[in-house]
Design a binder for this molecule. Structure first.
Ligand code: ADP
Length: 162
């Protein structure tokens, strides 16, 4: 049986904290699907196609990683993809409390699904997509916080009009 995990999130945009979790989890799985959850009630800064394109660019040389978007519940996406593992990163105690509730609810909805947590690399724990977005919207330099493979693409997106 293949071990496949879904790493769900908004990835608005992907940053080096996300990439670190994926790279560190890869030896444990045959495949990781990065699942971009699309919620019609939520406003995103970057269009879905850009978020997806950038994730693909980051992992273009890693055949064990793929990217898909989904709507609806993450457990239903797992069921459709026949995946039993959800991967999440934990930055701090706040993340733990939030993630614990979601993981327990997900398990109540689908007993087959296990959520696995990985602790953030301490040097990356302060990075979040919302901080990256804030810097971007204030015309700051976000290149320190995003994977180098997408620096030019994000710059091009910025100059095409924020
Ligand atoms: P969400 O919108 O659900 O918060 P994100 O796109 O922000 O999703 O994050 C997706 C996953 O990446 C979550 O499990 C989150 O905890 C994890 N993550 C976010 N930032 C970091 C970081 N700096 N280091 C490690 N994991 C992180």
């Amino acid at each position: 049986m293949k071990h496949i995990a879904i790493f769900p999130g908004s990835f608005d945009p992907i940053h080096i904290g996300h990439a670190d979790i994926v790279y560190r989890a890869l030896p444990m799985f045959d495949h990781i699907i990065i699942g971009i959850g699309e919620n019609s009630q939520k406003k995103y800064l970057f269009p879905l196609e850009k978020r997806m394109e950038w994730i693909k660019a980051v992992f273009q040389h890693e055949p064990k990683v793929s990217v898909e978007s989904y709507t609806g519940l993450t457990v239903d996406f797992c069921e459709r993809k026949e995946v039993n593992y959800i991967l999440r990163g934990l930055r701090n105690g706040g993340d733990f409390l939030f993630e614990r509730d979601i993981a327990q609810i997900n398990q109540a909805m689908n007993r087959k699904i296990e959520t696995l947590f990985m602790l953030t690399n301490p040097s990356l724990a302060a990075i979040s997509s919302s901080i990256v977005r804030d810097i971007y919207m204030n015309r700051g330099d976000i290149t320190k916080f995003i994977p180098e493979e997408i620096e030019n693409a994000v710059r091009a997106h910025a100059s095409a009009g924020r």
